[in-house]
Design a protein around this ligand. Structure first.
Ligand code: BGC
Length: 762
């Protein structure tokens, strides 16, 4: 063993490879980069650490300047949010023809849920619980983005969030660490494929590391504070899963973690990310993350840049803190040369892995841009995935699916609103090609049905609020008519119809970055319209657009049918129509709890029992953990979603009730499609660790299967459970399982489960 170590170290010295070069990495790459770094000046090395934001899209107040000159001088490592092959080629040309060492640039963009073919917002995607489709969505996004010149995406966003006031909940996969981790893996695989060198794969960037989804009071960019036990058990798993899946880069979050902003947090960026998890890629800040450390109160730009570098940040997005101050910090001894070289090497490694040194124009093929973007095949997949992400929340009297024929009133501010179909982050979308709900319905019904339509009400009554949610160019399209006039017209239309489809909810920019809301109910003016529509006595189906769970107890009690459609992307209207008319039987299940009111937030299914739990089914008991004014239960729990058919769960059978050591046991239920329609059910496995060395949640998701059953069909659904599924981070942050009793639960949502007990000894 010792002689091997000596040989390896000698080999490393021979190649001038410092110890921070990737362990076990490609020796050819290491040699290439060492040679290159041998020729680089200090300024050029610092230049690689600089990510400029001179692109088409800005997501902060600052933009970069003199980009071309800086590229010539080797002061730029990459550019973000510049779009199209021609623009990217032109800029890359400057780098490889006019800069001294001809080092190619990285081109990154927020390709979050599709490129030009837009898929549902990530929160919607997660409700499909379909890892293959989710991976495929990322694969198509990578294919299209790379065909348009890009090689790097700022995705997946894997922040767990249990606070729907936070607008960015729309960008993640909801509240659960297990599901979040599965999705993180699928996304990284989809973006990066099996070989980053291929010109149709792009580098992933897992973000926002870490805990961004736990900002206090749901206010964007706010402080985060939580115990390490909670971090490791409930918030870190998706980041770690993305790292394990080989994500090439990671992005630091804006918020603080344990009293220090992530951007300056060495424990987070080096001890956890690199030392514990073995992350091999590079870390980029979020937009002006370094400069913002000054606002956090950590010092001036020079000081905070040194802190970020020490913490383990490799690339500075837009702040130019590294560019402007690291040389000075080196002179004063605040940082070492190796601090700079570490980052420089990691960024050059990324470029090498992407094949940019072999061919800087690898992603600049005009033909691909013409033939691979927004193809009919991609749109078909988008439609399919969108339909899978819709969640049927209520369907009294089986109003849905709608029958063709007769007259349908399609009413509401989101009924014919192309621009608001894609939701947040649809940077490369062509909104003119989005399918509105009205168009989708019209295409679905052919000539058999009469469609009447009316605006009904604006999304928001308050015009000031409305202007705030139209900043990024996706306005709500308010109408300058009185509320009464709009409602009267809608009622007139409704009265002539057999059924009403009410398209309500949020417009696209009411969720996403810097779109926190303290009141997440449906705006009062929309509820007024719903009341007027209900008063006509016609059946009402609410098609609910939104980027987060909303507080809709009134709607859930009064509207007979509710279809949650999120923002489902380019094909939204077609996909919604597929479900409304029963071409697709809905099978989406919620991945975030729908609270009754904001007072219940944070709310999630995997709570702790507390010392004074409220008995199941009770509302209020003195000296129990509950509220005076509202039940503990949400309106819709995690994992919930209906179908046009019904599924019956048989009793849960375990292969043994006494397990030992590392054996695997099985948990089986007989699942029956007891209705008249074929359909898919997401069968969920939860486990409770009854007694622990620290308190454990009342249940945790540990598996799921999406099972398709023909009407009348019964099939056993079996989960294999091993001690791996029982592990958690204990009080010493050791990942262990502890012997004892475990309750195994299987069901169609987190509330309604069949359960059985197993005693598991070491
Ligand atoms: C967002 C990131 C995004 C970056 C670049 C920031 O404002 O927080 O998620 O990747 O901008 O556009």
């Amino acid at each position: 063993m010792r002689s091997i170590t000596i040989t390896i170290s000698l080999w490393a010295i021979l190649l001038f490879i410092p110890s921070y070069a990737q362990k076990g990495s490609d020796p050819k790459m290491n040699q290439f980069i060492s040679n290159l770094m041998g020729k680089m000046t200090l300024d050029e090395k610092i230049g690689q650490l600089n990510l400029s934001g001179a692109g088409d899209i800005t997501t902060g107040e600052t933009t970069s300047s003199d980009i071309h000159q800086k590229i010539r001088e080797g002061k730029v490592g990459g550019l973000l949010n510049i779009k199209s092959v021609s623009k990217i080629r032109a800029v890359q040309m400057i780098a490889v023809e006019e800069s001294r060492l001809k080092i190619p640039l990285l081109f990154g963009m927020d390709v979050i849920h599709g490129y030009q073919t837009i898929f549902p917002i990530p929160l919607g995607l997660s409700c499909s619980w379909d890892m293959k489709l989710i991976e495929q969505s990322a694969r198509i996004a990578a294919q299209e983005a790379s065909a348009d010149g890009l090689c790097w995406t700022f995705a997946p966003m894997v922040d767990i969030s249990r606070d729907p006031r936070w607008g960015r909940m729309s960008e993640g996969s909801g509240e659960d660490p297990y599901l979040g981790a599965e999705i993180a893996r699928a996304m990284v695989k989809g973006f990066q494929g099996d070989d980053l060198r291929k010109n149709n794969t792009i580098m992933a960037c897992v973000k926002h590391f870490a805990l961004y989804g736990a900002v206090e009071s749901g206010r964007d960019y706010n402080t985060t504070d939580m115990s390490h036990i909670r971090m490791f058990n409930e918030y870190f798993p998706p980041y770690k899963a993305a790292v394990d899946a080989g994500a090439g880069s990671a992005m630091a979050s804006f918020n603080e973690v344990d009293g220090l902003p992530a951007t300056a947090n060495k424990w987070l960026m080096t001890d956890v990310l690199r030392k514990q998890w073995g992350f091999q890629g590079f870390v980029v800040t979020d937009y002006t993350g370094i400069a913002e450390l000054t606002e956090h109160g950590l010092g001036d730009l020079q000081e905070v840049s040194a802190q970020a570098l020490h913490a383990g940040i490799d690339m500075d997005m837009v702040s130019e803190g590294f560019l402007k101050t690291t040389k000075k910090s080196l002179e004063t001894g605040r940082i070492n040369k190796s601090d700079i070289e570490k980052g420089c090497r990691r960024i050059l490694e990324a470029k090498y892995k992407l094949g940019l040194f072999e061919d800087p124009f690898r992603y600049c093929d005009d033909n691909r841009a013409k033939t691979e973007i927004f193809t009919p095949e991609n749109l078909e997949v988008s439609r399919k995935i969108a339909a899978q992400s819709l969640v049927l929340l209520k369907n009294d009297h089986r109003i849905l699916p709608l029958k063709k024929g007769g007259t349908i009133a399609v009413i509401g501010p989101l009924a014919d609103n192309k621009l608001n179909m894609t939701g947040t982050w649809s940077v490369a979308a062509d909104f003119s090609k989005c399918v509105s709900l009205l168009s989708g319905i019209k295409a679905a019904i052919g000539n058999e049905t009469t469609i009447l339509t009316a605006w009904g009400t604006n999304i928001l009554n308050d015009s000031i609020l409305d202007s705030r949610v139209s900043v990024f160019g996706k306005p709500s399209f308010r109408q300058n008519r009185s509320q009464k006039e709009m409602i009267d017209k809608a009622v007139e239309v409704a009265q002539k119809s057999d059924v009403i489809v009410a398209a309500m909810g949020e417009c696209a920019e009411m969720s996403g970055e810097c779109s926190s809301r303290s009141d997440i109910s449906l705006p009062e003016n929309q509820r007024e319209l719903l009341k007027a529509l209900l008063a006509t006595g016609k059946p009402v189906v609410m098609v609910l657009f939104n980027g987060r769970p909303l507080t809709i107890p009134w709607e859930a009690a009064h509207i007979p049918a509710i279809l949650e459609v999120w923002f489902s992307g380019t094909e939204a209207g077609n996909a919604i129509a597929d479900v409304l008319f029963g071409k697709v039987n809905p099978s989406g299940k919620l991945t975030a709890t729908f609270p009754r009111n904001v007072g219940q937030i944070p709310i999630y299914y995997s709570t702790k029992n507390t010392g004074r739990p409220l008995p199941e089914g009770a509302w209020f008991m003195k000296f129990r953990s509950n509220y005076l004014d509202v039940p503990n239960e949400p309106v819709f729990p995690f994992g919930y979603g209906l179908s046009y058919t019904t599924f019956d769960y048989g009793d849960l059978k375990l292969s043994t009730s006494q397990a030992k050591g590392n054996q695997a046991i099985t948990a089986t239920v007989n699942l029956m499609n007891s209705g008249k329609t074929d359909g898919a059910e997401v069968v969920q496995l939860y486990i409770r660790d009854v007694v622990g060395s620290i308190t454990r949640p009342i249940k945790e998701l540990k598996g799921f299967q999406k099972v398709f059953l023909k009407a009348g069909e019964t099939r056993p659904v079996t989960f294999k459970i091993t001690p791996e599924d029982l592990k958690f981070y204990n009080g010493d942050l050791k990942y262990v399982w502890e012997p004892g009793d475990f309750v195994i639960m299987v069901g169609g949502n987190s509330k309604e489960v069949k359960s059985a007990k197993v005693n598991w000894q070491k």
